[in-house]
Design a protein around this ligand. Structure first.
Ligand code: FAD
Length: 293
């Protein structure tokens, strides 16, 4: 069975590496770029859900798990990457025209299906959504924002709270205006201001503490960033009446096979690659609190 046919039938071979070419690079922050990939197998660009990730493979160097941050209108798959080590540095060195391998998509998606109103519901039943991101943690949530823009009438308020180290570490800044045009309310904060910054300074949970939350019991929270940040975000949300069962986090662990075989990413009884990376908080809260797991 060809890879294309297998994917169309939902039974793709997880070991199959498809070739891809970097056709455009957008610099988002000093050490972060969005790579737009043309996939040799166009079906691979169609089949991802918000929150899923690909394994990007640089021959001779290795593989890294990278969230799929979006797809362009002309079918290019976007991955927003911080250059930290061997694979990510090779992507940066490779630049436009570089060929790499891609396996995926893998993992669980954000709960965007839960946001869809039932046929009998009225506009008053639509849920509020809060997305909280720290730095490059906005990358896996960006595809949720795109989804919400495309399905804007399915939800009520959408608030995005974004924290970054410095103003120049705020990624996707060129998209903020378009998000606002679609009624996505964005608040930003930085750890360290510079001369250009007149906004909030401080941790992102402060933005959550001050947010007007009108229907906490039905609000859905999705958060991605350093684990300590996500823990405090869920605590702050909980203090505002959002149940932990309405909070979703995405986890990063060192990954190898990406299909739950090798155990590299095990967290308690969960394999982050196949049971996650997106988890409902109450499912993993026990393990989330254990240092070093
Ligand atoms: C589901 C998922 C989604 C992700 N999405 C993104 C994304 O969208 N964008 C992004 O930039 N990154 C993302 N990451 C993180 C990315 O996979 C890692 O940063 C990856 O290690 C980069 O590969 P590299 O070869 O460039 O760096 P590496 O050479 O792997 O090194 C990266 C850093 O991690 C440390 N490190 C490496 N291996 C280990 C280990 N076994 N134990 C502890 N520390 C280690 C290194 O010392 C170094 O500081 C994601 C990770 C996961 C699991």
């Amino acid at each position: 069975m060809s890879n294309t046919v297998a994917r169309a039938q939902g039974s793709h071979n997880p070991w199959q590496v498809t070739s891809a070419t970097i056709v455009r690079i957008d610099r988002e922050a000093p050490d972060v770029s969005t790579y737009e990939l043309r996939m040799a197998d166009p079906v691979q660009a169609e089949s991802f859900q918000p929150g899923q990730f690909n394994m990007l493979y640089v021959p001779g160097i290795g593989e890294a798990a990278i969230s799929i941050s979006g797809k362009t209108n002309d079918g290019l798959l976007q991955h927003t990457v911080r250059t930290v080590g061997a694979v990510t540095a090779a992507l940066e060195r490779g630049g436009v025209g570089f060929s790499l391998g891609v396996r995926g998509p893998f993992g669980t998606p954000w709960p965007v299906d839960r946001l869809r109103p039932s046929p009998s519901s009225t506009p008053a039943d639509r849920r509020d959504v809060i997305l909280v991101a720290g730095g490059i943690g906005l990358a896996p949530l960006r595809s949720v924002i795109t989804h919400l823009i495309q399905h804007r009438d399915e939800v009520n308020q959408v608030d995005v709270l974004l924290g970054a180290r410095t103003p120049s570490d705020l990624i996707y800044a060129s998209e903020f205006e378009a998000w606002a045009d679609h009624g996505i309310r964005l608040q930003t904060t930085v750890d360290r201001a510079d001369a250009t910054w007149s906004g909030h300074v401080g941790v992102v949970t402060v933005l959550l503490d001050r947010l007007a939350i009108e229907q906490p019991e039905s609000t859905i929270l999705m958060t991605c960033g350093p684990e300590v940040m996500m823990r405090f975000v869920v605590q702050a949300a909980s203090a505002r009446g959002i149940p932990e069962s309405n909070a979703w986090v995405t986890l990063e662990r060192n990954m190898n096979c990406a299909i739950g075989l090798c155990g590299h990413c095990q967290l308690g009884p969960e394999f982050v690659c196949k049971d996650g990376p997106v988890f409902r908080y109450d499912r993993i809260s026990t393990w989330f609190h254990v240092q070093g797991l």
